[in-house]
Design a protein. Structure first.
Lengths: 309, 290
């Protein structure tokens, strides 16, 4: 093709009057266009630059985050998450009937990733106005969706030391857990558990006789959250309900963002408003509207971004 | 000097343009990735902005470095890096041609344009690209920006061969909204924004850098030290690098395995920083560093 191109150019040159430099450029441009039309854009796509190869150093650099987490938790215990139970929380993988919900969790994750990139927040506490609105379910499924992203180590913390819902769902692992970290100098490595889902770590609630509010008001909680957010790319904290308990505000003070779960036809509007009014508006990431009616447009679960600010 | 004492195999806070030896903070990796994808996706004109010290120039060098790894004899990937764009249009051309290693038959504009055309044609044939990176673009006079647009007009292939990246401080964006630059503004296909780090990102950045430098045990920085670093630097990576480097030096001299806030403060005093985040001294510091 280039031969053809050269020929046309030569012919033109001999035909035309000796040109000034400017005309020559025009000439060149038009012959280029001709060349392209005959050559087609097809050629430009063959042998394209290999993006994957180019981005490799950056991806290696990304992987450092999970290496830091791995080295720091080299000797931690491992657990296998229970999956066969009737009330399995692992909606994402083992319940084909819940595909719409799976999709909703993925959408939620994608939006959070985007927001995280913008704000740089690495810790997220999830709360609701009262018990039984879907905090723990949301947190677990969200964590599983996150762990599916490569190089995105996630830690799930059960900070609901009263009901320990998340720890129970994870098979009620033995102490130590968060309570021991807050109460005495228990090493993080001995309390955090590696799960059989790669990239997903869990910190169970642990056992204590002390008042949770007292434990969370100490310096250790702040220290721990600082360490956790620096070791994991996301720390998800399951907190007790925000109303009527002092725990939540203490927990949230060391977290960078807050998400509120509301359950369709259960959470009163006023309670939701009260919870949102309690939270620092800069920290509010959004409200998860749990167990919404299924309509053709939205699935079981819907996520409304930035509801409270 | 302190590396052995802290169990490090290399200098954790040094900057090198090769991304394989450089650990960037997360927002910077994302920005760099967007820029590489922009060039490979042939987006044409990209704009990248970020406040002082957030690592724009480092990123641009990384970008050039990454791209140069792709260049082969069959497919040369030419790039030009203009560091100081306070030039006249003629000087800009001269600088570009020097960088692109184009030799015009005569130092006149038509001759130069013809030479550029030939380069674009050759690049188009070899499915390669010509990358022009202009740093500190917020300093460019509007007529020079217009000149860049005219340059891009030469490129009328279905897939953009000429890739231009304008990089500068946040003032660059309002500059581009001026009515006389409307034509250029329409051509912008990617705008990337760099920001300073948050406290946790600062902590993670320091932890990851120490890991890359060979640290396998506890971090020498205590929580209070890290908070002090953040307070003094406002999360600006360049400042984080220099204060951490100095703080480790202080810790080594005092034989401290764990640094507290006082060691960081001492390092800040050593460097003559006023509190907090000294913007002006940081700027002069960067100049001597680069």
């Amino acid at each position: 093709m280039s031969k053809f191109f050269n020929e046309t150019r030569t012919v033109r040159k001999t035909d035309s009057v000796p040109a000034t430099a400017n005309v020559d450029i025009q000439d060149l441009v038009s012959s280029l266009k001709q060349h392209m039309e005959s050559n087609g854009a097809a050629a430009s796509h063959s042998g394209q630059i290999d993006l994957q190869h180019l981005l490799q150093p950056l991806e290696e650099s990304d992987g450092v985050a999970s290496k830091v987490a791995a080295v720091r938790l080299e000797n931690c215990r491992s657990i296998k998450l229970p999956r066969t139970e009737e009330r399995s929380f692992l909606v994402s993988q083992y319940n084909p009937a819940m595909q719409a919900a799976v999709e909703a969790y993925r959408t939620l994750r994608t939006r959070l990733v985007k927001q995280q990139t913008r704000t740089g927040a690495r810790s997220l506490v999830i709360t609701s106005s009262a018990q039984g609105e879907g905090k723990t379910l949301t947190i677990f499924n969200l964590a599983i969706c996150y762990a599916k992203i490569e190089n995105w180590p996630v830690l799930v913390v059960d900070a609901d030391l009263r009901t320990r819902g998340l720890s129970i769902l994870a098979g009620d692992p033995e102490s130590p857990g968060l309570a021991e970290i807050l109460e005495r100098d228990c090493s993080y490595q001995s309390a955090i558990l590696r799960t059989d889902i790669p990239g997903l770590h869990i910190l169970p609630a642990g056992e204590t006789s002390a008042s949770p509010s007292e434990l969370f008001s100490g310096q250790r909680w702040k220290e721990f959250m600082g360490w956790a957010a620096e070791s994991f790319r996301l720390v998800l904290v399951d907190s007790p309900p925000a109303l009527n308990l002092a725990d939540f505000e203490l927990i949230a003070s060391s977290c960078e963002s807050v998400m509120v779960v509301a359950r369709a036809r259960k959470t009163p509007r006023e309670s939701l408003a009260k919870v949102l009014a309690q939270v620092d508006p800069r920290k509010i990431t959004g409200v998860v509207f749990n167990a919404a009616e299924e309509t053709p447009e939205n699935g079981y679960y819907r996520y409304t971004a930035k509801a409270g600010a | 000097m302190y590396s052995n004492f802290y169990g490090l195999t290399q200098d954790p806070f040094r900057l090198t343009p090769d991304p394989r030896f450089l650990h960037l903070a997360e927002p910077h990796r994302n920005t760099l990735r967007a820029m590489v994808e922009g060039v490979v996706g042939r987006k044409g004109l990209q704009v990248a902005i970020g406040p002082i010290g957030t690592g724009k120039t480092t990123l641009l060098y990384c970008l050039q470095h990454i791209l140069s790894h792709e260049a082969t004899r069959e497919r040369p990937l030419r790039s030009a890096f203009v560091v100081n764009p306070t030039l006249t249009p003629d000087e800009l051309f001269e600088a570009l041609f020097d960088e692109l290693e184009i030799h015009a038959s005569a130092p006149t504009k038509p001759a130069r344009l013809r030479a550029l055309h030939e380069l674009l044609l050759a690049s188009h044939k070899s499915t390669s690209a010509v990358v022009v990176i202009i740093d500190e673009a917020h300093l460019m006079p509007p007529e020079l920006i217009e000149e860049v647009r005219l340059l891009m007009n030469l490129d009328n292939y279905p897939v953009n061969v000429l890739q231009v990246i304008l990089c500068g401080q946040p003032e660059l964006l309002p500059l581009l909204t001026k009515p006389e630059l409307a034509a250029l503004k329409q051509r912008i296909s990617v705008v990337t924004k760099l920001r300073a780090l948050t406290l946790t990102e600062t902590r993670a950045y320091i932890a990851e850098r120490l890991h890359v430098a060979g640290l396998r045990g506890e971090s020498p920085f205590s929580t209070s030290a890290l908070e002090e670093v953040f307070r003094l630097t406002n999360g600006v990576p360049r400042l984080i690098n220099s204060i951490c480097d100095h703080a480790l030096g202080v810790g080594f001299r005092r034989q401290l395995k764990k640094l507290g806030a006082d060691a960081v403060l001492e390092a800040a005093e050593e460097m003559g920083w006023e509190q907090p985040a000294p913007v002006a001294p940081a700027e002069s510091l960067a100049k001597t560093a680069s």
